[in-house]
Write a new protein. Structure first.
Length: 95
């Protein structure tokens, strides 16, 4: 998928439509790795092979979600709109 590097979007800080530069941020470490639910699930998976649940190694999604940040050229405020979408190839192009 090809997307323009500079888009005209609504800036919530300026409260007007301004030109915004798109940045693709690489995904960081996994969140909630040691949450109660994850600890409970790990405890359940120890022991009798895949007795309580089938092993989750084949449950991975085909591609990661994009993390796009939009930086306003006027006020330099950076904001995220939505949680992104899944695409195999993503390219920012100058228009």
């Amino acid at each position: 998928m090809k997307a323009p590097k500079i888009q005209k979007r609504f800036c919530p800080k300026c409260k007007t439509h301004t030109e915004q530069e798109v940045h693709r941020i690489s995904s960081g470490k996994k969140r909630r790795e040691m949450s109660v639910g994850q600890r409970r699930f790990n405890r359940k998976m120890v022991g009798f092979g895949s007795f309580p649940k089938s092993n989750p190694h084949d449950r991975a999604k085909p591609c990661k979600k994009l993390d796009l940040r939009y930086e306003c050229k006027k006020c330099k405020n950076e904001n995220v709109i939505g949680s992104g979408y899944r695409v195999k190839k993503f390219e920012l192009v100058k228009v």
